[in-house]
Design a protein around this ligand. Sequence first.
Ligand SMILES: [Zn+2]
Ligand SMILES: [Zn+2]
Length: 115
Amino acid sequence: MKCPKCQAENREGAKFCDECGGKLELVCSECGKTNRVGAKYCDDCGHDLRKPDETKPLDFTQPQSYTPKHLADKIFANRSAIERSLENVKKAERMFRDMGMDYWLVKAQEALAKL
Ligand SMILES: [Zn+2]
Ligand SMILES: [Zn+2]
């Protein structure tokens, strides 16, 4: 069996690697049970052990990859709402400026600053 840390070949049934001293066991990320190194599936819950703890690096361009989905949905819903109102306020700002309505122009700019 191979050591998951240093890939050294150890004899079957060994508890520790004779190369690096690392523990020769595979802990199921699903149920926490210890399985023998090289096991493909957890012998307790059947979880696929071939990719142990392979956590993907966070991709910050995709909030879905690091926030729970419902949270990401919320953020996106909010963001598009803010973008929509930003667009509207900008339109209004332009209109007020064109019409020389200074009072409303200031109001629109205030609203913009809050967004
Ligand atoms: Zn080792
Ligand atoms: Zn398991």
